[in-house]
Design a protein around this ligand. Structure first.
Ligand code: S3P
Length: 740
């Protein structure tokens, strides 16, 4: 066995029907595990081996201790007996999961077998995917591609087991989300089980009523669309309804009563009731269509690869980077809360900023966008937003979610915030705790993540809060909630984080004071309109500062870049390492310092950088790891735990990618150590940024000075994160192509 394969987890799939066999096939193709299969029906595992779906067949249950992961792909009602037969052979660290569509019943079955002491490796799961065909021969390697996989971790579940299952499902292309068992069963009862019941029932009613099924000859699109799922497997669905009795009955009873109302309205000729119901339904369905399209677009974009060849010559020229993302979020939110019309120029036209802007529109804010890039926002006052008619979908943008959660937690209506798979994994309890202390009501999933449900009925009180982590998003959410609620707050942070919210609030007349290491905020009772030129985004400028530092012969000037000291950790470290950056033409723009930055290639040496810098440097660490890999000597960066909770786990992504390119890098829980290889270029190769644009940009910088080209997989979101990316890199002399 080679070094590489011996480290791969050994996964045994029990049950090689369509779902089990498709998972096996996709997992084997992904080369992320050794895949074994077992099936109670004679000949099935043999057939799977013949088809190349599994690496080996398992005939005896006694070999179960040899496997790291057991995936039970058997019917829900058979789960108890399968678990009972496996029980004597489980190791303490065996990871056990399943694919059943009802989770409460699976957990009950496990309790009957193990008692209340459930194994730490037990993490139920459910892929939201299927096909009309069944059996091992119908296995499809792309069955889970871009489909959701719901994990329902229990209080007893080991986070390492959750992480391993997440990796395996991601390897077969699934978007992994997590929720509680009860929520899963309710959600599935409403979105899957009830529609199947209705489809079966309608087809049955019509088929029994019509002579010789004549009626089907005339049934066109509507009937076909509505009843497609009535062709699903009756035995499996009979299992589902028996297993998910309570949740399906709950939603069925509600539906029956609504249907009765509609029947009554038709009987009485009440057109208004019909219009109300159909209008609400249409708007909900339009919203659903929009989410589906936006998911599709994002995942299509994400999957594109960036091919980067070493820079053919020095990077040269003058460039204005797009408007700052953090300031743009805050500017448009504060403009929406102001009285009167605000004008914002240089708004960051990136995906995340657009997400905030569209969410504000759904909250009733009128926003006009002029051709010259100026946006005009008609403010609605601090508590004048309108209740949205559906949940607000915020894509990948944590800043949109956290800042809007702050604002919405102080509005007089309920709202719900949801994100894509990556955002729905990110920690939100850090937000819920201080906002609850202030008097707001936020509900999260059992794992402390979105969807966030915000309820009105707040009882405000002044807040004195020590933030446990340096987070500008959490700090800003608290300030925005306090602003809308009119309550004073006092905050401390373990290390400084970006202070754009504070600066804009001060510009708009709020009182903010620093007392010792605390920030004391006294909100104004209303905000005047804002008139702002957004500074250039320092984080995007940093990409070019890093690349030009490495590429011999480079000489670049970046104009009108925001140089707020709370963002400049990267610049301080780069200069300390020997970088050559000159700042000129420093001026004030709406309370923010702005300057031109000239950067030239320079030799770098390693250094040691402590926790106090982490908040000011946060998004630029991936770039610094690249620079450190090419510097003279060793570099250490401490206190980087927060990097694990970004659009991806950036410590892991950078470790894996940079090692692949030949860098000498080590990562512990919170710290990174890099031994530079000055004078020796990195290798080329294929790295994966897992859809995280900042990681992609850091690899793009590394690829400027590699021996061979670098392919960055899943890098398409760079386009949405950096408007005008292709033109900018072309203009400065990078050799970058984005694959279709
Ligand atoms: C941001 C704050 C930082 C940063 C993010 C933008 C902001 O996140 O990483 O890209 O605009 O407030 P945290 O507050 O979670 O550290």
């Amino acid at each position: 066995m080679t070094q590489a394969t011996s480290a791969l987890p050994r996964v045994l799939i029990v049950g090689l029907g369509l779902i089990g066999a498709s998972f096996a096939k996709a997992l084997r193709l992904s080369r992320s595990a050794q895949v074994f299969g077992m099936d109670a029906q004679p000949g099935v595992a043999e057939r799977a081996l013949e088809l190349g779906i599994i690496d080996a067949r398992v005939d005896s249950i006694e070999t179960v201790p040899e496997f790291d992961v057991l995936l039970l792909a058997v019917p829900v009602l058979a789960m108890g007996s399968v678990l009972r037969s496996l029980q004597p052979y489980l190791r303490a660290d065996t990871v056990i999961s399943d694919v059943g569509s009802v989770k409460g019943r699976v957990v009950d079955a496990a309790r009957e077998v193990f008692g209340d002491d459930l194994p730490a490796g037990f993490v139920p799961g459910h892929p939201i995917a299927g096909a009309e065909r069944s059996g091992v021969d119908a296995a499809k390697a792309d069955l889970f591609d871009r489909h959701l996989l719901i994990l329902t971790p229990l209080p007893s579940s080991d986070p390492a087991a959750v992480a391993l299952l997440t990796r395996l499902w991601q390897a077969v292309g699934a978007e992994v989300v997590s929720m509680s068992v009860a929520r899963h069963d309710e959600v599935l009862a409403a979105t899957s089980h009830l529609p199947h019941l209705l489809a079966f029932s309608l087809v049955d009613t019509l088929a029994r009523e019509s002579d010789n099924r004549e009626i089907f000859r005339y049934a066109a699109g509507g009937f076909r669309d509505f009843t497609r799922i009535a062709a699903s497997d009756p035995t499996m669905w009979h299992d589902v309804f028996l297993a998910n009795r309570d949740a399906t009955l709950g939603v069925l009873r509600r539906f029956q009563s609504d249907l009765e109302n509609l029947a009554g309205a038709i009987e009485r000729g009440e057109g208004k009731t019909l219009l109300d119901v159909f209008g609400r339904a249409k708007s909900a369905r339009d919203y659903f269509t929009q989410i589906l399209q936006s998911r599709q677009r994002h995942s299509d974009d994400t999957r594109r690869n960036l091919i980067v060849a070493p820079a053919p010559a020095g990077l040269q020229g003058t460039l204005a980077v797009p408007g700052d993302r953090s300031i743009s979020h805050r500017a448009v939110i504060l403009a929406a809360l102001a009285e009167g019309d605000s004008h914002i120029r240089g708004f960051g036209e990136n995906d995340d900023n657009r997400t905030t802007l569209e969410a504000l529109r759904k909250l009733g804010v009128v926003i006009d966008e002029a051709d010259d890039g100026e946006i005009r926002v008609q403010g609605r006052g601090l508590t004048g937003l309108q209740a949205p008619d559906s949940p607000l979908y915020l894509g990948q943008s944590a800043t949109s979610m956290r800042l809007l959660a702050g604002v919405l937690s102080a509005q007089p209506f309920a709202s719900e915030l949801i994100g894509d798979a990556s955002l729905n994994q990110r920690p939100m309890a850090r937000l819920q705790v201080p906002l609850a202390e202030l008097g707001a009501h936020l509900e999260l999933t059992a794992s402390g993540t979105a969807p966030i449900l915000i309820q009105p009925g707040q009882q405000w009180q002044p807040l004195d809060y020590d933030l446990p982590m340096a987070s500008a998003q959490v700090k800003s959410a608290i300030l925005l909630a306090a602003l809308c609620a009119g309550v004073p707050v006092r905050l401390t942070e373990p290390a400084p984080s970006r202070d754009h919210t504070e600066r804009l609030l001060a510009e708009l007349g709020c009182r903010l004071e620093s007392r010792g290491n605390a920030l004391v905020f006294a909100p104004a009772s209303q905000l005047p309109p804002l008139n702002l030129d957004v500074p250039g985004d320092f984080s995007l400028a940093a990409v070019h500062l890093a690349a030009a530092t490495l590429v011999p012969g480079s000489d670049l000037t970046l104009t009108s870049v925001g140089v707020n000291p709370s963002r400049l950790g990267f610049l301080d470290i780069l200069k300390d390492m020997g970088g050559s950056v000159v700042m000129s033409n420093i001026r004030d723009q709406g309370g923010e310092p702005v300057a031109d930055l000239r950067v030239r290639c320079a030799p770098l040496k390693g250094g040691s950088y402590g926790t106090h810098l982490s908040g000011r440097t946060i998004d630029e660490f991936p770039l610094l790891f690249v620079l450190a890999a090419l510097a003279d000597g060793e570099s250490c960066f401490a206190g980087l735990g927060e990097l694990r909770f970004k659009e991806s786990d950036r410590l892991t992504r950078m470790l894996e990618g940079l090692r692949l390119l030949g860098a000498d890098i080590e990562v512990t829980d919170e710290d990174v150590r890099v031994r530079g290889r000055v004078g020796q270029p990195l290798d080329g190769g294929i790295v994966d940024c897992a859809g995280d644009p900042r990681v992609a940009l850091a690899f793009m910088v590394a690829a400027q000075v590699t021996r061979r080209p670098v392919i960055i997989r899943n890098a398409g979101r760079v386009l949405g994160a950096y408007p005008g990316f292709s033109a900018a890199v072309g203009q400065l002399g990078y050799a970058v192509t984005l694959e279709d």
